[in-house]
Design a binder for this molecule. Structure first.
Ligand SMILES: [Mg+2]
Length: 215
């Protein structure tokens, strides 16, 4: 059994910080999305997909250097906040691993970002060698590529994988990969009904996760 953890919003409580930075950067380009609207439109997607959506909305390309500036601002904000692990997730991982399940991380974010977010929260070393990014596959979530890549690298069949996600593209990607999905809906910004409708079994407390994944 392999438990595949999404990173942002499942392992680390990064979405409010990251989307505040993203909304501020978009406002400078003339796109007045609130933090909530930015989350609704972009959360769980790769940066490449986010840029496509934003440029479609603006009707023109973002300026040169936009992504680099946004990423630098966001990483700084993670240090300043500081970023924390999602409540209860580390204890849940302890129980799941003690029961014999294998764990890994599969994120729409890049390795540079995860080195910071997982590093600040003490999780990088714990998962090192079992961390996968959409940068490694042709298509990001909601396509199944990243989860299938993680399963292949971990040498586990998709039907023996459970994905822990908090975003709609992530639940859709798990479903497309033929994997079981559970949806963490503990954060205030989560659209629990949409995640459940897409096939993610909802739960709002990380202490319940070990039982849900069969540990
Ligand atoms: Mg997420």
């Amino acid at each position: 059994m392999l438990v595949i953890f999404d990173c942002d919003g499942v392992l680390v409580d990064s979405e409010p910080i990251a989307n505040t930075c993203f909304a501020r950067a978009l406002q400078r380009e003339g796109l007045n999305w609130s933090v909530e609207e930015t989350m609704r439109r972009l959360m769980g997607r790769s940066m490449k997909s986010c840029v496509e959506i934003v440029e479609g909305e603006l009707g023109h390309a973002l300026p040169f250097g936009f992504i680099d500036r946004l990423q630098a601002d966001t990483l700084q904000a993670f240090h300043d906040a500081p970023l924390r692990a999602v409540p209860g997730v580390i204890a849940a991982i302890d129980v799941i691993e003690a029961a014999g399940a294998v764990t890994c991380v599969a994120s729409s974010g890049g390795f540079d970002k995860m080195r910071v977010t997982l590093g600040i929260t003490g999780l990088w070393q714990r998962f090192e060698g079992r961390i996968f990014s959409s940068a490694e596959v042709p298509r990001g979530k909601p396509f199944p590529d990243l989860f299938l890549h993680a399963a292949l690298r971990m040498n586990v069949q998709p039907f023996a994988c459970t994905v822990v996600e908090d975003s709609l593209p992530g639940i859709q990607a798990a479903h497309a990969a033929g994997m079981r999905a559970v949806a963490y809906v503990g954060a205030a910004h989560t659209d629990a009904a949409a995640l459940q409708a897409a096939g993610g079994y909802p739960f709002n407390d990380m202490s319940k996760l070990p039982a849900l994944v069969g540990s």
